[in-house]
Design a protein around this ligand. Structure first.
Ligand code: C2E
Ligand code: C2E
Ligand code: C2E
Length: 88
């Protein structure tokens, strides 16, 4: 059948996130590591995260969810389309 995917699915580029020297993303990186641990998802190049978790993280950054997304984009750690990401 047809999959109706939410347009706002948040997918992190883990390599970039963990390489990112900026202190700015330290909490996002720590959160992503915790999620990987909870899922037992250690080998991924990317990580899809919950909208709920993004909301919680935004509070830590004193930002709106869309504000945090913008910030993640500026750092280049968001993957717009994970399938295209792996095809390239
Ligand atoms: P849980 O929330 O009780 O979820 C149990 C299982 O349901 C998960 O096992 C996963 O297979 C599935 N599941 C739940 N919500 C979703 C979802 O939105 N999408 C998908 N694809 N599957 C979902 P899993 O992955 O082994 O996670 C085990 C537990 O670790 C979860 O139990 C939850 O307590 C925690 N966890 C894992 N990932 C996250 C996360 O991204 N955020 C939060 N807050 N907790 C997470
Ligand atoms: P998608 O969500 O667009 O993800 C494309 C590919 O990105 C996935 O290919 C996987 O290699 C990677 N990816 C995305 N999120 C994560 C993540 O949180 N952890 C890891 N380790 N890799 C991730 P894959 O696995 O062949 O999946 C292809 C498509 O199948 C996915 O496209 C999605 O539409 C569906 N799918 C796979 N697993 C689940 C699942 O647990 N729940 C749901 N609802 N769909 C899934
Ligand atoms: P997804 O698997 O394609 O799920 C899309 C949305 O469907 C989720 O958005 C959530 O609203 C709902 N959903 C899917 N499975 C469950 C479930 O078992 N319980 C509940 N209550 N809702 C469910 P959300 O939460 O924003 O998550 C976005 C993506 O993050 C998920 O896409 C999945 O790729 C990943 N994810 C979230 N939580 C987990 C988890 O616990 N384990 C794993 N392995 N992946 C997760």
């Amino acid at each position: 059948g047809v999959r109706h995917e939410p347009t706002s699915k948040i997918v992190l580029d883990l390599e970039r996130l963990y390489d990112e020297a900026s202190e700015d993303l330290a909490y996002v990186a720590r959160y992503a590591r915790a999620i990987q641990q909870q899922r037992g998802d250690y080998n991924g190049r990317v990580l899809s995260i919950r909208a709920d978790d993004l909301r919680a993280l935004a509070i830590v950054y004193d930002a709106s969810p869309s504000g945090l997304i913008e910030r993640l984009n500026e750092h280049g750690v968001l993957v717009a389309d994970p399938r295209a990401f792996f095809a390239s």
